[in-house]
Design a protein around this ligand. Structure first.
Ligand code: FES
Ligand code: MG
Length: 579
């Protein structure tokens, strides 16, 4: 009891109430006091810190330092920090695929935020699926929230050349497959690619989501790019903790930050970074939690007017640490300001424009280009339509081969990931450099979980001849660190009856990025006949557990691969707003 004889009020949120509210609070206070808290400590704004550290997640390997720094910030501002765990997901330790588990992490995050007496929450994530899962969950729980990312890993060095995960992982593996480098060298480079704890050092999904979260105003200005192991990163963590207390006091809930304008700024920055295709799926899911539907056609129009300004791998040449030294996201937003909603709110309580006015003075550098001297003239991502993808497909045109962006070729079809693995390196496979490699049944339902198998390897016999890129089409995803002329997220997917399931080896396929077209070039009657006589699609039906929930509930890529029942109940229109 405090001096007034009442239990501390800071722990009042989300009481489990069996009819006597004061007794429930009395009980709760008794338990937490078992951890040694004083009434004074408990009578403050309670700031939950979502700790996603895990021995299986090196991308979050600096979690202990970040949690400590966030706590320091919270206490400096007079709040009570309390950390709690949720599921953690690392791309390489999430069998069968991290996308399968993202919604589970989002549910965990949502329900724990709801369940615990937190007045605000600091979401610490980093690896690809974690920030989306946290934003999805926090958006649905709708308490005051602020995102903190773990930060990028350091680059490494291999025989005098800078390397980083995981664009260089793929480049070296491709050279190994082509027998350009030997076993000893591939083993040597394996220990060089990941220079420290932290997230991938290129414009993969983690970097993209960090950048996009800052642009959306849900993370502090300047917080996206400091590498994981730097003093800058730790200071950002402390500042994030400080600000979380303000958010709690002001009751600034997440729906007041992630407005349609803020989400549009995020999409704009996704394009300007030449960021990961995955981020589009994740932003669709986050928007869906807030009641907004992602309008792919308006997004594509935005893409045509948004140049790629950031020179980062895989589309460019630099790494995240270079982006940080060049001024990070504030500098990028400064260059992009004419295309942004400057009146969008941010977690600081001020608008994006107000924050930008206080950003450091621009200085000469070559990682972030001005609007009139872009890396790539229009947006990194393009949305394709056509009979092969009536609900849309996506290509990262900035990371594609310019000569393949307009292409007409013969389909070579793989039924699923196992079929691909069995045949892609077969010396007798009938495949030519101008063919279009088609892989199906790797969509949200089909795999299930939409694995990053869309980065179909070049058949070994062609790789040996020096073929580095071919047009590839699938209903799956690809890693944001990968490059090539790769059409992804074909919707609807084959497993729910999409046209992709009707393609036969030998069929001509037309890809025209200029016309935003992905077309199976066979007569309409023939296509209709195939649809009529096709066997039922190979839709997996797990009998129990999370897998069953997933395949029954997951929606298609344009809706974010979220579970249908997790979307907001109220529809609030489209983002980007039609213009
Ligand atoms: Fe974690 Fe790339 S594997 S960010
Ligand atoms: Mg990735």
């Amino acid at each position: 009891m405090t001096d007034s004889g009442t239990p501390p009020q800071g722990m009042r949120g989300g009481l489990v109430n069996y009819g006597d509210e004061e007794f429930a609070l009395f009980l709760r206070t008794a338990f937490i006091k078992g951890a040694g808290y004083t009434d004074d400590a408990l009578d403050r704004p309670v700031i939950g810190i979502v700790n996603t550290g895990s021995g299986f997640n090196p991308c979050h390997g600096n979690m202990p330092q970040l949690v400590e720094a966030v706590k320091r910030g919270v206490m400096l501002s007079g709040g009570l920090p309390v950390e709690f765990p949720t599921i953690s997901l690392h791309e390489s330790f999430s069998h069968p695929t991290s996308m399968f588990l993202r919604n589970l992490m989002a549910m965990d995050t949502e329900e724990m935020i709801r369940a615990l007496p937190v007045d605000a929450v600091v979401l610490i994530g980093g690896c690809d699926k974690t920030v989306p899962a946290q934003l999805m969950g926090a958006a649905s729980a709708n308490k005051p929230a602020i995102q903190l990312v773990t930060g990028s890993m350091l680059t490494g060095s291999h025989r005098g050349r800078t390397v980083g995960a995981c664009t260089d992982c793929r480049a070296f593996w491709g050279r190994y497959r082509a027998q350009e480098i030997d076993e000893a060298e591939i083993r040597e480079v394996n220990g060089r690619l990941v220079g420290s704890v932290g997230t991938c050092s290129v414009a993969g999904t983690a970097s993209t989501m960090a950048t996009v979260a800052e642009a959306a105003g849900i993370a502090l200005p300047g917080s996206a790019t400091p590498p994981a192991v730097t003093a800058d990163r730790t200071r950002i963590a402390e500042l994030t903790g400080r600000r979380a207390v303000g958010l709690a006091q002001e009751g600034l809930t997440i729906d007041r930050i992630l407005t349609p304008e803020a989400l549009e700024n995020a999409l704009r920055v996704l394009l300007a970074v030449g960021g990961s295709t995955n981020a589009l799926v994740h932003l669709a899911a986050v928007a869906g939690r807030l009641g907004y539907r992602l309008d792919l056609d308006t997004f594509d129009r935005m893409s045509r007017e948004t140049p790629v300004l950031v020179n980062l791998k895989p589309a460019g040449e630099h790494y995240m640490e270079d982006l940080h030294r060049a001024g990070g996201v504030p500098r990028l937003l400064h260059e992009l300001r004419d295309l942004l909603h400057l009146d969008a709110p941010t977690v600081t309580g001020r608008t994006l424009g107000e924050e930008l006015a206080e950003a450091p003075e621009p200085f000469p550098q070559d990682v972030i280009r001005p609007l009139d001297r872009p890396i790539y003239p229009s947006g990194g991502l393009a949305v394709l339509r056509g009979n092969l993808a009536p609900d849309g497909a996506v290509i990262k045109q900035a990371a594609a081969s310019p000569r393949l962006l307009e292409h007409y070729g013969r389909a070579v079809v793989f039924e699923d990931a196992a079929d691909l693995a069995a045949r892609i390196d077969d010396e007798d496979l009938d495949v030519h450099p101008d063919d279009v490699l088609v892989l199906r049944n790797i969509g949200p339902v089909g795999a299930p979980g939409m694995p990053e198998a869309g980065y179909i390897p070049i058949p070994r016999k062609l790789a040996r001849q020096g073929v580095r890129d071919m047009v590839r089409v699938s209903d799956g995803r690809m890693s944001g660190t990968a490059a090539g002329t790769i059409v992804l997220h074909v919707a609807p997917e084959a497993a729910v009856g999409g046209t992709l399931g009707l393609v036969r080896t030998g069929d001509p396929i037309r890809l025209s990025v200029a016309d935003r077209l992905l077309q199976l070039d066979i007569p309409e009657e023939e296509l209709a006949e195939r649809a009529r006589t096709a066997p039922a699609p190979a839709r997996p039906k797990p009998g129990r557990g999370y897998g069953r929930l997933f395949t029954e509930q997951v929606n298609q890529a344009p809706e974010g691969c979220d579970f249908a029942f997790l979307r907001a109940e109220e529809e609030r229109g489209a983002v980007p707003r039609p213009h």
